[in-house]
Design a protein around this ligand. Sequence first.
Ligand SMILES: NC(=O)c1ccc[n+]([C@@H]2O[C@H](COP(=O)([O-])OP(=O)(O)OC[C@H]3O[C@@H](n4cnc5c(N)ncnc54)[C@H](O)[C@@H]3O)[C@@H](O)[C@H]2O)c1
Length: 269
Amino acid sequence: MIKIGIVGCGTIGSSLGKAIQKRFSQYARVAYVSDIFDEQIKKFRKKVINRSILEISVKELVEKSDFIIEAACPDVAKAIIPKILQCHKQALILSVGGVIQIKNLERLLQKSRGCIYIPSGAIAGVDALLACKGASIKRVRITTRKPVRSLLGAPFMKKAKNELNKIRKTTLIFEGTAEQAVRYFPQNINVAATLSLAGVGSKRTLVRIYTSPTYRFNSHEIEIEGDFGRIHSKVTNIPSEENPKTSALAIGSAIATLGKIFSRLKVGT
Ligand SMILES: NC(=O)c1ccc[n+]([C@@H]2O[C@H](COP(=O)([O-])OP(=O)(O)OC[C@H]3O[C@@H](n4cnc5c(N)ncnc54)[C@H](O)[C@@H]3O)[C@@H](O)[C@H]2O)c1
């Protein structure tokens, strides 16, 4: 029985806790949780009814768990991944923006017997991009459209003094690399980091973010061009009811990744 530790008991952490209990209880159980807010742990306990779950510090959680789920924020991912790899543990990381900010990631991975799983998230095309590796890839671009309320609080908005409530029409608010996007929109654009890791890296993966008062859903359009041909995908996501920054499909993708880890039949690249 694999002992799972979850860091971050919010929308994704608690959905994964429930899924582990409902779908994967023959392989694993949630043994430990950690969150900066007690209230979040209380809510988690209500959703995932299991009296034996212990609340411990992030450091202890990494040491004691067999498998770690990070569903907190990019700074947490950045801080715990080196420790996870040094302890030769396995982890599922949701705050992917934190992963691409780790300078010596390649070296840490080489020295470790542990591993890091990154779900595709709320986009379609990661499997195809992985299959293109080895081919010459000329361009990877993601165009994201988000309702105004999904972007509230992003550091970029403060920096650009861009007042979201004054936006009246469809507006391109950011254009740059994935490396820049994850710093300016740490809670919004994890999928750009995921694409970077699957493809040509965070300096060559291009990102555009649009918003509009008329947008109701998050959508992600991916364009990949290379000597293999062209890939174009578009996903329109329903935002999760608890957290409009997170799409329901992102939660489904993380559950599917856990399913792939535990299953003997592993479908998809
Ligand atoms: N990879 C993807 O496709 C994808 C998709 C959506 C969201 N995300 C990311 O996953 C993470 C979780 O998303 P969510 O929707 O569950 O967010 P959420 O805000 O609902 O939950 C985050 C939880 O983490 C806790 N937390 C924050 N800082 C912490 C810290 N330092 N230590 C411990 N706990 C801490 C918060 O209190 C909260 O309970 C976010 O970083 C989000 O950007 C990734």
